[in-house]
Design a protein around this ligand. Structure first.
Ligand code: ATP
Ligand code: LTN
Length: 333
C-alpha cells in the first residue's frame, strides 16, 4: 500500500440516484481520487434497513457501479466494491455496536426522519443501528477524509466521537480520526417541488433522477417551484426555490454562489433563468448518461467488483485483526 492519504465513501442502493446524490457526493469522488488513495463502495447492507424488493436492490447496486464508472472513477486509483463482499464490515459492526450508546443513536436526524412515520413497535433494529455499521465502513479503511453531502455529516461526527472513545479506552491510536468533507457548493440540494426539503431518492417528489430522459429533466426544472418576485439572487430563507436552482447552477459550473449570482444579475425572468439552469444540467448529465449506459452493457462491472473486493478485503482485514487483538479477542493463525 502506498503512503498517500486515504479517502472512503459510499452510496446506498435504495433507489434511483438523484441530482442531489450526484452533486453532493458522486461528482466529487473523481477529484478526490487524484489526491487520495480512494475506496468507494456500494452500501448494499445499508439498503436492507428499510424494506426493499430483492430485484430492485440487485439492479440498483449494478446501476451505482455503472454510475461510479460514468462519473470518472478510475479503477487504478479507486477501489470500487460492495459492502456485502467484505465480511469485515459486518464483523467490525458486531464489535463497535458495544461502544455506541442508545442515546446518541436516537439523536441521529436520519433515524428520526425515517422512523417518524413508522409505528414505534415496528422500527427495525437495523435502521436504529445504521450509524454503527457506517462507523465500521469508515474505520476499516483508516481514511483521512469521508466525502459526503451535508446530511451525512452528523454520522461522521458520531464516528469521530467513537474514534476518540475507542482510542482513549485502549490508550492507543487504533483508528485514525476521519473528517467529513462536503462540497463547498451543493452539499444540500433541495427538492424541486418543495425547496425547503432535501432532494432524496426515497422521497421522489421533486427529484431529478440521473436516469431521467433529458426532456423530463428539462420539464422538471422548468416547473420547479419558485418564489414571488423576478430577480435572481441567493436568499435560501425567503427565496428557497431560486436559491436552490442557483446552487445547482453554481455547483455544476464549478463557481461560487456569488459568481453565479453576478452572472444572472441582468435577468429578471424566472423562465429565462430556469432555461439556462436546465441547459447546464443537461450539458453535464447527457454525456454522463451515455457513459453510464455503456458501462452497464459492457460487462466490466463484475471485473471491477472482483478487483475492488480483493483490495478492500486485504485492507479491511488488517484493521479488523488489529481491533480484535486490541479488545482481547484471541487471534490465532
Ligand atoms: P435515502 O433517501 O435513501 O436516504 P439519499 O438520497 O439521502 O437516500 P444516500 O445514499 O443516503 O442518498 O446518499 C448518498 C450520498 O449523497 C451521501 O453522501 C449524501 O450525503 C449525498 N446526498 C444525498 N442527498 C443529497 C442532496 N439532496 N444534496 C446533496 N447531497 C446529497
Ligand atoms: N450513510 C450513507 C451511506 C454510507 C456511507 C458510509 C457514506 C454508508 N456507509 C460510509 C460514507 C461513508 C448515506 O446514507 N448516504
Amino acid at each position: 500500500m502506498c503512503n498517500m492519504k486515504r479517502s472512503l465513501s459510499g452510496i446506498k442502493p435504495t433507489g434511483n440516484l438523484t441530482l442531489g446524490n450526484y452533486i453532493g457526493a458522486l461528482r466529487g469522488f473523481k477529484k478526490v481520487q487524484e489526491e487520495y488513495e480512494s475506496f468507494i463502495f456500494v452500501a448494499d447492507l445499508h439498503a436492507l434497513t428499510l424494506p426493499i424488493d430483492p430485484q430492485a436492490l440487485r439492479s440498483n447496486t449494478k446501476d451505482i457501479v455503472a454510475f461510479y464508472l460514468a462519473a470518472g472513477l478510475d479503477v487504478n486509483k479507486t477501489s470500487i466494491f460492495l459492502q456485502s463482499d467484505v465480511p469485515a464490515h459486518s464483523e467490525l459492526n458486531s464489535i463497535l455496536i458495544n461502544y455506541l450508546y442508545m442515546g446518541e443513536l436516537s439523536r441521529m436526524t436520519q433515524f428520526k426522519d425515517k422512523s417518524a412515520k413508522m409505528n414505534h413497535e415496528a422500527i427495525g433494529v437495523g435502521l436504529f443501528a445504521y450509524p454503527v455499521l457506517m462507523c465500521a465502513d469508515i474505520l476499516l479503511y483508516q481514511p483521512d477524509i469521508v466525502p459526503v453531502g451535508e446530511d451525512q455529516r452528523q454520522h461522521v461526527e458520531l464516528c469521530r466521537d467513537l474514534v476518540h472513545r475507542f482510542n482513549t479506552r485502549y490508550s492507543k491510536e487504533i483508528f485514525i480520526m476521519p473528517k467529513a468533507v462536503t462540497p463547498k457548493v451543493g452539499a444540500r440540494i433541495m427538492s424541486l417541488s418543495d425547496p425547503t426539503k432535501k432532494m432524496s431518492k426515497s422521497d421522489p417528489k421533486g427529484d431529478i433522477f440521473l436516469k431521467d430522459e433529458p426532456n423530463v429533466i428539462r420539464k422538471k426544472i422548468m416547473s420547479a417551484i419558485t418564489d414571488t418576485g423576478s430577480d435572481i439572487f441567493y436568499d435560501p430563507e425567503n427565496k428557497p426555490g431560486i436559491s436552490n436552482l442557483l446552487q445547482i447552477y453554481a455547483a455544476l459550473s464549478d463557481i461560487s454562489i456569488e459568481e453565479a449570482q453576478a452572472k444572472f444579475k441582468d435577468i429578471h425572468q424566472y423562465g429565462e433563468f430556469k432555461k439556462i439552469v436546465a441547459d447546464k444540467v443537461l450539458e453535464e448529465l447527457v454525456p454522463f448518461q451515455e457513459r453510464y449506459k455503456e458501462f452497464l452493457n459492457n460487462k466490466t462491472i463484475n471485473d471491477v467488483l472482483n478487483a475492488g473486493k480483493d483490495k478492500a478485503r486485504y485492507f479491511a482485514n488488517k484493521t479488523l485483526t488489529k481491533v480484535k487483538k486490541t479488545v482481547g479477542l484471541y487471534v490465532h493463525e
